[in-house]
Design a protein around this ligand. Sequence first.
Ligand code: UD1
Length: 417
Amino acid sequence: MKQILIEGGHILRGEIKVSGAKNSAVALVPASLLSDEVITIDNIPNISDIDALNDILTYLGAKVTREKEMMRIDATGISNRKIPEQISKKLRASYYFMGALLGKYRHVEMYFPGGCAIGTRPINLHLKAFELLGATIEEKDNLFIIHADRLKGNHIYFDFPSVGATINVLLAACKAEGKTVLENAAKEPEIVSVATFLNNMGAKITGAGTSTITIHGVQKLGRCFMEVIPDRIEAGTYIIAGALVGDKLRITNLIPEHIEALLSKLKEMHCPLKIGEDYVEISASNDIKATNIKTQGYPGFPTDLQQPITTLLTQAHGKSVLEETIYENRFQNVPYLNNMKADITIDNRKIYVKGPTKLSGQVVKATDLRAGACLILAGLKAEGKTVVTEVEHVLRGYENIIEKLENVGAKITLEEI
Ligand code: UD1
């Protein structure tokens, strides 16, 4: 087990460079299977979710080499065997093997994916879409056997714009016969990057980034090179760190347009910030104002930044209201923040945050990835020492978080216990 120790109250100065996006890389890596040639992906973050996908690829017989941030995947000689539960449950994104293997081989056998316990997280929309493309699905004891004699394009409408289900439709439909039209698709930048990746291989996808995506199936996909886009959630987390304890802290290698919802909230709160072409410079202030936030699909306020920004709301003057509309169990960070002397009440899908309160160091638990990020941010601001336990969750999604924070002046260490 790993834990992070933080001595709070140190000012952060200097530069933090944002890594490649976890949620883009975890889709591109399984998508590589669809190619009949070698794929190269650059700017891959060094996080344990990527290691877990690597394990699945090599289990299937792919040849994977990694050199710094570059990953080469040769999946030409793989055998389509059942993916065991102990490797599929390591992460949520293992579900992309469903779409990729179905697209390539018309057959998949794998178990329910893992991921953070932030709600029930069903995959019914993924499965419904596969059925509409002509697949049959058998499910027993968490094992899914998905088979199609023929995959045929269809008209698919999602009840909810799910990120994972949208990407899975791209993966399966790009090699189906004929045309698929997906309505009420998710619009996240990670979806645009998967569509670009597949198009670079020879797929015919238009409309990614809007709510209607059209896919014309092709028979073969070839070689391509792709660079992972910057991680907008990692960028947002460090920007919030700057708003808490920064002195002209510069977060670089980001796409400001991807974090517009966060930046406009920070402006509304009167956080001193400067937005450049590919960076944000931000400082802490004692005069930030309370605000109201509601999580939504892109371009709305991302649910993945909801827990990190809660720490900032504890420092704002007045009462903030934050509503979580995507997940039903994403406030597990709140009791720990209250242990650190925040003043937050939970009312169903909303929290009310009264501020400002002086946070004080405590032993707290990272119940999930972004809850862990929230508590690390609280530890940076709090008086005294904070210990964040079970930080394996955090290491799944933030590349070199200790080094990045240490380099700008944080007193933070990782401990094995
Ligand atoms: C992805 C991201 C996650 C982010 C989320 C929302 C990855 C690996 N993870 O997760 O970091 O928080 O998008 O931006 O990219 N739902 C259903 N049925 C389904 C699919 C989803 O009911 O078949 C529900 C979920 O329970 C949840 C909501 O839809 O309430 C959002 O899910 P979705 O957009 O699919 O998120 P993930 O792909 O799991």
